[in-house]
Design a protein around this ligand. Structure first.
Ligand SMILES: NC(=O)c1ccc[n+]([C@@H]2O[C@H](COP(=O)([O-])OP(=O)(O)OC[C@H]3O[C@@H](n4cnc5c(N)ncnc54)[C@H](OP(=O)(O)O)[C@@H]3O)[C@@H](O)[C@H]2O)c1
Length: 290
């Protein structure tokens, strides 16, 4: 089905990646960006696409922005406390505006109730339920942890001090955000994805030891991995001046990784890309510019 595709979160990383792939594959005329900040949206105009303003908190503005749009990529909000309400607003607006297909980017995690991040993770799953129950035809893309997010966990001094993250031998099928944007673009541009839920994960899971090994090879210098006591990890962040909320969130994500909640492997990502996703070696080279 042809028609205009609106991408939310267009001023963010994943939205921008999806937009670049959509423009490359279908041309700028089919792409509309939703942004909430005029200044941040300026580079999107330069790409030759239609830019509309709307905030996930403002259903009327969202509905207005979705006029004439046939498909929406709903990039999940980063406002953890408001996630479900904001997503419901976007889905409601899409329904009201007559959108024919909503693609939602959720999260690829299991046993969410056991997670210290359960409110946020369950908001993703409740968004999926809401979309299935009361939205237009849907596709869910459950995204694994971004390889691009690793620098947040590994810190700035990893090449001097090694990796000190309490992830033990927990496995995560890290994947590049730009490839997730590409997979989302493919779903939006091709038929046959309605009522499907895909898990966008690498083809194999990686430990932090694997990451240390690859970084050592890339740099030619040993990057040792130690998995400290979780409290020691938090204290280190505290003495480096990190805010308490940030420490809690980082520590919670690492707990989920350590306890295997991201250890999900499917072929969905490979199938949507039409090739294997970038292996760890290539992804880390890209993320760290090595
Ligand atoms: N899988 C992972 O490892 C991982 C890691 C981090 C986040 N995530 C999730 O994946 C999403 C996309 O990742 P990302 O890297 O692209 O995040 P990002 O760069 O922070 O982008 C988030 C986008 O959402 C927009 N947004 C946030 N609140 C909004 C609101 N109330 N109304 C309208 N737009 C709003 C932001 O707009 P502004 O530019 O105006 O702020 C931005 O464009 C995140 O929002 C988060 O839910 C996943």
């Amino acid at each position: 089905m042809r028609g205009t595709i609106l991408v939310t979160g267009a001023t963010g990383n994943l939205g921008a990646a999806a937009i670049d792939h959509l423009i490359a594959k279908a041309g700028p005329d089919r792409v509309t960006a939703l942004a909430r900040n005029t200044e941040k949206a300026a580079p999107l105009h330069a790409k030759g696409i239609d830019v509309r303003l709307g905030n996930y908190d403002d259903t009327a503005a969202l509905e207005q922005a979705m006029k004439g749009v046939s498909k929406v990529l709903l990039v999940s909000s980063n406002d953890h406390g408001q996630l479900l309400t904001q997503h419901q607003n976007v889905i409601h607006a899409a329904q009201q505006a007559g959108v024919k297909h909503v693609v939602y980017t959720g999260t690829a995690v299991k046993d969410a109730d056991a997670s210290p991040m359960s409110p946020m993770l369950n908001a993703h799953f409740r968004t999926e339920d809401h979309l299935k129950d009361s939205g237009p035809p849907y596709t869910v893309l459950r995204n694994t942890m971004y390889t691009d997010a690793l620098p947040i966990f590994l810190g700035q001094d990893l090449f001097e001090r090694g990796i000190n993250v309490p992830a033990a031998d927990g496995k995560v099928p890290f994947a590049l955000r730009r490839e997730m944007g590409e997979a989302a673009a493919n779903v939006l541009l091709h038929d046959g994805h309605e009522a499907k839920t895909y898990q966008l994960t690498a083809s194999e899971p990686y430990t932090f030891q694997d990451i240390a090994h690859v970084l050592s090879e890339h740099t030619g210098k040993p990057v040792p991995y130690t998995s400290p006591d979780p409290h020691a990890f938090e204290d280190n962040l505290r003495s480096a001046g990190a805010p308490e909320r940030g420490i809690a969130v980082l520590s919670a994500f690492v707990t989920d990784m350590r306890e295997g909640r991201y250890d999900i492997i499917t072929q969905d990502f490979e199938n949507l890309l039409g090739r294997k996703p970038a292996p760890l070696r290539e992804s880390l080279r890209e993320v760290y510019g090595l």
